[in-house]
Write a protein that binds this ligand. Structure first.
Ligand code: ZN
Length: 386
């Protein structure tokens, strides 16, 4: 790493002047290298900065060896003086998320001896992967501690210790490090080797909010947000809850209870409906008692009811085909066709072919659907001699 880069000297530098050293076209656009830069290149879990160079939008910033490469859609002549402007809203948000991740990881490490094995600042959410199982209660406890640390407004300190000094510092690092190592310290919370940009004081984080903790590989994945993003996400969830509260005329803190009540009512209505439907099926079956084969069209039956009615007709003693269709000409029909001790395989195959249908089952009982008009169904049965 190169501690001379402008974002290391001052992470709050929003504008700077430099000179273009080279500009070459490649697959990602024009790759511009400057004498020095305040643009942070993607790395260490932190996405790159956006902004402009002489008013030209920067679309991506990466690293090539020791160089920071800025990608633009138009060229910048080497030798030209360049005015760089950082998209500060984006950068400050990334600094907040990154610093919050350090504090939280340090606290988990200290309290539960677990390591941060994955960190991702996504578009909406940031995720933190720990290598041990952690409960939601433990996550909430760290959230409380982390926010107390935020409100204590502690200073963030950057250190460049020598190799010898490093032997006496207990810092977090994903791998053994050589050469210049930059340590980011939030005293009493965390000390970690890092190449990212951080806030000056913990108070700038405003709020750290945990949203979920789920089992992931050998440990857990935690979803969290900090600062403005946390407020935005909480607002979205609040709006959802408000809408549910209005729809159910329930107090905002009692929406789950109201939904639970609604589900209970729904379940009991379903049971009542099933009772009514059974009565209806019974009386329909009674009406056709004594007939040797039956073809029924009935609207609005569930697939279960279609099957039950066909069964009832068969058990009534009909010896021929018992066929039940439910649906309409626009959406098609569900069907159940059965015959006591019958073998309907060929008949169902022909019916599906003739009526644009699908389905099958046992030799004496078939179920499925057809996409055709009622008149076609009647014709098919008439022609089949049923
Ligand atoms: Zn870091």
């Amino acid at each position: 790493m190169n501690p001379e880069r402008l974002y290391y000297k001052d992470a709050y530098m929003r504008e700077f002047t430099s000179r273009a050293i080279s500009c070459e076209k490649d697959k990602k656009g024009y790759a511009v290298i400057l004498e020095n830069t305040a643009f942070y290149p993607e790395g260490g879990g932190q996405p790159c900065d956006m902004g402009t160079l002489n008013g030209i939008p920067v679309t991506y910033v990466g690293e090539k060896g020791e160089d920071v490469v800025h990608y633009t859609d138009s060229p910048i002549e080497p030798g030209t003086e360049v005015r760089g402007v950082i998209d500060w809203e984006r950068r400050f948000d990334l600094m907040q998320q990154h610093s919050a991740e350090h504090i939280v990881s340090g606290m988990f490490h200290e309290k539960y001896g677990c390591n941060n094995v994955g960190f991702h600042i996504g578009k909406d959410m940031i995720t933190l992967d720990l290598d041990k199982e952690i409960t939601w209660e433990q996550v909430q406890e760290i959230e409380k501690k982390a926010n107390e640390y935020v409100w204590a407004d502690r200073e963030c300190v950057t250190l460049y210790p020598s190799e010898e000094e490093r032997e006496h510092i207990d810092y977090r690092s994903k791998k053994p490090l050589k050469g210049i190592v930059r340590l980011i310290s939030f005293p009493d919370a965390d000390i970690c080797a890092c190449c990212g940009t951080h806030v000056r004081r913990s108070g700038e984080l405003g709020i750290i909010k945990m949203f979920s903790c789920q089992k992931f590989h050998q440990g857990v994945r935690i979803e969290m947000l900090c600062g403005g993003r946390a407020i935005e996400h909480i607002n979205t969830q609040l709006e959802q809850n408000k809408a549910i509260s209005n729809l159910l005329s329930a107090k905002i803190g009692e929406t789950a209870k109201a939904v639970d009540r609604l589900l209970g009512e729904n379940q009991s209505m379903k049971s009542t409906l099933i009772g009514y439907e059974r009565e209806k099926l019974n009386s329909l079956a009674q009406k056709h008692k004594g007939e040797s084969s039956v073809l029924i069209r009935e609207e609005g039956l569930s697939p279960d009811s279609v099957r039950n009615l066909a069964n009832m007709l068969m058990e009534n003693g009909a010896e021929g085909l018992c066929s039940v269709f439910s649906g309409n000409d626009q959406e098609g029909y569900k069907y159940a066709v059965c015959q006591k001790d019958g073998n309907l395989k060929e008949f169902i195959k022909e019916m599906n072919a003739a009526l644009n249908g699908r389905g099958g089952g046992k030799p004496f009982f078939a179920q499925g659907s057809v996409a055709c008009k009622w008149a076609d169904i009647e014709n098919f049965f008439k022609e089949a001699g049923q």
